[in-house]
Design a protein around this ligand. Structure first.
Ligand code: FAQ
Length: 321
């Protein structure tokens, strides 16, 4: 967490802020907010932006190998959308008074977190469908609720992003449905992909409520509107019928419907795997960071050229004035 001590807040300002939150008001960039609220949002939004940017890598890996022009076009468009979401959320973090390059540097030097899911490899074409279906599907469940978060710029970003994520999910599910209705080899490829991505997708929602250090504060300030476990359960309830509809088995022998709660009860999540991945020891953590650093280094000339161009334009307009 943030190493800097949190300053003592003015109790009257804090009480007024909490009353606004309780009344369901939206907090805007120029409004007073406790330093801790600002830091929590910066942490969460920057991790989210980094996830979008790193999230381009597993799918980008398959653009040259898409099996048809149509599939290639939609995959390129999806990856491009993810870049856009990243930029959009970095813009949102800047409304909190931080510089996006400082945040991006934390990603490059490995001190910032990004979603655990993007540290798993994409081994087969079916992974492109399964990422759309399960990973975007999980992201939508989380982000639909974040669209009602108390911080205005983040909430508005989520409304827009969710629209695109919905489209991503649909194209992913359509790809899965096509493979499910295909040859035995295609069906086997799909099933193998679901077996690999199911549990990591459940981990996207974060640790169980009892082990989530940030949840209580974020819920109190209505940054989060539902707990990690509530959202995970909603995702499972939505996804099980979708798997059944295309004849895919979810890799959980304990999965069963509870008629009383109307929930699909699922088996135990391997939290040791989750913590290893977020500590940097997942299957692809090093590869992902190396790829982002390489892209940053190779893009240096573009940044330098843009800065030189900007300086030249500024000099011209000073001359003309
Ligand atoms: N991966 O106390 P909590 C996408 C960390 S969507 C890595 O429960 P919190 C779209 C957490 O940061 C994916 N780290 O934390 C796409 C904290 O560490 P810290 C991104 C995780 O914040 C689709 C610690 O564990 N979406 O990319 C994860 O209350 C397809 C304790 O956890 C968002 O970021 C994890 N899965 O709840 C792109 C949504 N879970 O910072 C391409 C916004 C937890 O104290 C292709 N974020 N941690 O050192 C959130 O909703 C929340 O931050 C949670 C975590 C729910 C992720």
């Amino acid at each position: 967490m943030d190493p800097k001590p949190t300053p003592q807040e003015d109790p009257a300002l804090l009480a007024a802020f909490e009353a606004r939150i309780a009344a369901g008001e939206s907090i805007e960039p120029k409004d007073w907010m406790p330093e801790r609220y600002r830091r929590q949002l910066t942490r969460m939004m920057s991790q989210h932006a980094h996830s979008e940017v790193v999230g381009m890598l597993p799918e980008g890996n398959w653009i040259t190998r898409a099996p048809s022009l149509r599939r290639k076009m939609s995959l390129i468009a999806k990856v491009q959308d993810e870049a856009g979401h990243g930029l959009y959320i970095y813009c949102g973090t800047e409304t909190l008074g931080v510089d996006r390059f400082d945040l991006y540097r934390q990603l490059l030097d490995g001190t910032a977190k990004y979603s655990s899911i993007f540290n798993y490899p994409t081994l087969a074409w079916a992974d492109m469908g399964v990422i759309g279906w399960l990973v975007d599907g999980a992201a939508i469940v989380n982000q639909t609720v974040l669209a009602k978060t108390s911080y205005g710029p983040y909430a508005r970003a989520m409304v827009r992003i969710c629209k695109e994520e919905n489209f991503h999910k649909r194209q992913g599910y359509e790809l899965c449905a096509t493979l499910a209705a295909g040859t035995p080899a295609q069906r086997a490829m799909l099933q193998d992909s679901v077996n690999r991505f199911w549990w990591p997708a459940l981990m996207m929602f974060g640790p169980s409520d009892t082990d989530s250090p940030n949840s209580a504060e974020l819920l109190r300030w209505r940054v989060k509107r539902k707990t990690n476990d509530e959202l995970r359960q909603r995702f499972v309830n939505l996804t099980v019928p979708q798997a059944q509809a295309i004849g895919v088995t979810l890799p959980d022998p304990d999965l069963r419907f509870d008629p009383e709660t109307k929930n699909w009860v699922f088996g135990a999540i391997d939290w040791s795997e989750f913590y290893e991945v977020i500590k940097g020891n997942g299957p692809c953590n090093q590869e992902r960071l190396a790829a982002r650093n390489r892209a940053h280094d190779e893009g240096r000339w573009v940044r330098e050229a843009a800065t030189a161009h900007q300086a030249k334009q500024a000099a011209r307009s000073t001359e003309a004035a």
